[in-house]
Design a protein around this ligand. Structure first.
Ligand SMILES: [Zn+2]
Length: 229
């Protein structure tokens, strides 16, 4: 499968600053042609990466926070230019409160609980991770805290890591937890995404820590990265 990291950044700080390489926008995965978490600037950046919105087969929006939904309506319009409706897999809060009637008419809404690739996670609001399988298994954590047993064994994981330690984490994945998650799931490739300003200044250290404490190769997800898994 091929992963397009369109805008791997998250949190309100990265929405506001859009630091080069680490702005918001979500990602796209072939051959499923799923677009996942279209945060602010998703459409602009996706077009510049050569992604044709009309080829997107489903929009996956894991929860209602702005860094995951900001460009959702623009993306819906771009995908449905040729009058078809696009499947939208998401939470009830996203569907009820983030989409007006006009755009509701352009989607086929499916609650994530009815989708076999969704894994419910713990973000203090309705939210889910995504498990994609095609020769290899790729897990996307979305925003969540971590407990052992939450996720199955996988080959690769995209982790939304926002803080270093669990005590700072609130409702997000810490680097400590992400390392536990990598060990528990046996992932051999670990993409670090989402970030927050403190993490952005210590990317090399984060990569080295993951690689010294797990068997995984750590990859810092940057805007424009296309990775064949
Ligand atoms: Zn969130």
């Amino acid at each position: 499968m091929r992963i397009y990291f369109v805008g791997p950044g998250g949190t309100r700080h990265l929405i506001a600053k859009q630091p080069p390489g680490f702005g918001t926008g979500g990602f796209y995965v072939e051959p499923f042609n799923y677009y996942i978490d279209p945060g602010p600037a998703a459409l602009y950046k996706a077009l510049r990466m050569g992604i044709n919105p009309e080829k997107i087969k489903a929009l996956i929006v894991t929860h209602h926070h702005l860094d995951h939904t900001g460009d959702m309506l623009a993306m819906i319009e771009a995908i449905t230019k040729t009058e078809k409706k696009v499947p939208l897999i998401t939470t009830s809060l996203v569907y009820e409160e983030r989409i007006d009637d006009y755009h509701k008419n352009l989607v086929m809404y499916r609650h994530f609980s009815e989708w076999s690739r969704a894994i419910p996670v713990k973000h203090g609001t309705e939210c889910f991770g995504v498990l994609l399988e095609e020769e290899k298994r790729l897990l996307y954590t979305s925003d969540t805290t971590y407990e052992k047993g939450m996720f199955p064994d996988v080959d690769a994981v995209i982790g939304n890591v926002v803080v270093f330690r669990d005590s700072q984490s609130g409702k997000h994945l810490s680097l400590d937890s992400f390392i536990n998650l990598i060990q528990d799931t046996g992932a051999k490739i670990a993409f670090v995404a989402h970030f927050s300003p403190p993490l952005l200044y210590r990317l090399q250290e984060i990569k080295e820590r993951i690689e010294s404490e797990t068997d995984a190769k750590a990859i810092i997800a940057r805007e424009g990265l296309i990775y064949d898994l």
